[in-house]
Design a protein around this ligand. Structure first.
Ligand code: ADP
Ligand code: MG
Length: 540
């Protein structure tokens, strides 16, 4: 019987799951739209937050597209691409993560009817790429430079950008307060890719307004030993010794064996141990340092010894903090106390140990090599502070970007409307089907202002009509008009200082188009079967 059957051509292993063709493409598009629908409602100043709790019971509240996408644990292979672009937007520019996901999904949604009608995806891809190129050129043209302004003026402008980023976050209510803090922090570290020189320390308790910026380094004291109360807690221009050694009296019982013939010798061994530690401590004191920090433990003997000599010490300082202190104060971390010369000691204008909430903080400010800043964040719940930290991170990235590229565009959907109008105009000059594709691309860009309206509870159709009309003005004076989040009408985003760095939009459009094209170019998904011993045996 079996011999009479048609021989089958088998290319793939038994159990391989394949799906292909138009149906596959449409299903991929649907998956991406579903993902975008999750983050949709977080866009803009009136956007909502998401509460996500994972299988371990960790609760995260966030408004940040990238964070949400990461936590969603998406398994659909095509939809995963959206997670990747959100992540890349986050690491490239730091903001615009929701925007990029929404745009990509909207491009796909616009492409879907064409695909269903049998248009070849490659035609769509070519037109979309073309449109994105044109859009980016136009953004560059429209962007306004903030270069050439005085430092004060520049700071003011940068803090506008930071405020726009923060306005969509939990801490949006205090955006001016935090925006100027972020601008000062970024100003402090200067150029160079040394983002880790801005530390953010979270101290639960107090209110947001209790947060403060240290022009230098601040960190939480991990350990306090007896004797620490007597230590002075404030110094002006102290010398600072940074160590990577333990200053603790250790009996060597775990790692040494000593045989004694005479019990009286025992005392001499104990004495020797004491001598070793005292010698070390003495060397620290002689170096002239007034503040001694170590990555490893500083025990109670040492603490008392230093206290008696008016020296402050702190042990078990986290490595990153110690390195930041080193960078800020100009000191070098020592692995031995022999030969501590003046050059390896750091200094700062002002050192203080201070109570912040329930924690004791060591604060080094006015550091000579500057270039470090620490933001101490206060606030109620843990999740709140966590989200505040993520928001500040966005703002810090934005200010850095704006400092480097220093061109901004009008936010609130203004730039998106303007690009949309421009592409529609351009498409008219194109013959053939491509005109429709570019038109759909242009229509997809409207998703940003529409979503901003939806999230704020405005009538999106009404607002979009007004915006289209404004942007269509032949004089071009309507270009900076975007959604007015306060009144539900339209307003000049530029005049209202709703600004975004141009790179955010450029990168978002680029990444979203690439992702959409990538998904459009997939027409078959092959899923390999899990290797299982049982099936293989049966197959044999
Ligand atoms: P993303 O993760 O993409 O940055 P956000 O939730 O931060 O998403 O929202 C950003 C959008 O909100 C941008 O399009 C920006 O122009 C807009 N936006 C921010 N502040 C305002 C404001 N005050 N009025 C109108 N639109 C605003
Ligand atoms: Mg944002």
């Amino acid at each position: 019987m079996a011999a009479m059957m048609q021989p089958q051509i088998i290319l793939l292993k038994e159990g391989t799951d394949t799906s292909q063709g138009k149906a596959q493409l449409v299903s991929n598009i649907n998956a991406c739209t579903a993902v975008a629908d999750v983050v949709r409602s977080t866009l803009g100043p009136r956007g909502m937050d998401k509460l996500i709790h994972d299988d371990k019971g960790t609760v995260t509240i966030s408004n940040d597209g990238a964070t949400i996408m990461k936590l969603l644990d998406i398994v659909h292979p095509a939809a995963k691409i959206l997670v990747d672009i959100a992540k890349s937007q986050d690491s490239e520019v730091g903001d615009g993560t929701t925007t990029v996901v929404l745009l990509a999904a909207e491009f796909l949604r616009e492409a879907k009817p064409f695909i269903e009608d049998g248009v070849h995806p490659q035609n769509l891809i070519r037109s979309f790429r073309n449109a994105s190129y044109k859009a980016i050129q136009k953004i560059k043209e429209l962007a306004k430079s903030i270069e050439g302004q005085s430092l004060e003026e520049k700071k003011r402008l940068l803090s506008k950008c930071a405020a726009t980023t923060l306005s969509s976050k939990l801490i949006g209510g205090e955006k001016e307060f935090f925006a100027s803090m972020v601008v000062d922090a970024v100003g402090a570290i200067g150029d160079g890719d040394r983002l880790n020189m801005i530390g953010i320390k979270k101290v639960p308790g107090g209110t947001m307004r209790d947060s403060f910026l240290v022009n230098g380094v601040a960190f939480k004291k991990t350990f306090s030993y007896a004797g620490f109360e007597q230590q002075p807690k404030k110094f002006l221009n102290p010398k600072i010794l940074l160590l990577n050694i333990e200053l603790e009296l250790k009996s060597e019982k775990e790692n040494a064996e000593i045989r004694l013939s005479d019990p009286s010798q025992y005392q001499s061994i104990v004495d020797a141990e004491w001598n070793i530690i005292y010698e070390k401590l003495d060397k620290c004191v002689q170096s002239g340092a007034k503040v001694v920090l170590s990555r490893l433990a500083i025990g109670d003997l040492a603490t008392q010894y230093f206290a008696d000599r008016d020296i402050f010490c702190a042990g078990r300082v986290a490595e990153e903090d110690l390195l930041r202190v080193a960078a800020a104060t100009g000191g070098t971390v020592q692995t031995s106390v022999n030969n501590v010369v003046d050059e390896v000691l750091g200094t700062c204008e002002h050192f203080e140990e201070r109570q912040v909430g329930n924690e004791r903080f060591n604060i080094f400010s006015g550091c000579p090599s500057g270039r470090t800043a620490t933001i101490v964040l206060r606030g109620g719940a843990d999740q709140f502070i966590e989200e505040a930290e993520r928001s500040l991170h966005d703002a810090i990235m934005i200010v850095r970007r704006a400092t480097k590229n220093s061109t901004v565009v009008a936010g609130g959907g203004a730039i998106d409307m303007e690009i949309s109008k421009y592409l529609r105009q351009e498409s008219r000059a194109i013959a053939g089907k491509s005109q429709f594709f570019i038109n759909s691309y242009a229509k997809a860009l409207e998703v940003i202002p529409r979503q901003l309206c939806d999230n704020a509870g405005f009538d999106a159709t009404d607002v979009l009509n007004k915006l289209r009309q404004k942007h269509a003005l032949p004089t071009g004076e309507g270009a900076p008009y975007g959604v007015d989040i306060n009144t539900g009408g339209i307003a000049d985003s530029f005049a209202n200082f709703v600004w975004e760095p141009a790179v955010v939009k450029i990168n978002a459009i680029n990444a979203a188009t690439e992702a959409a094209c990538l998904i459009l170019s997939v027409d078959e998904t092959v899923k390999n079967p899990k290797r299982s011993g049982i099936r293989e045996r049966r197959a044999r």
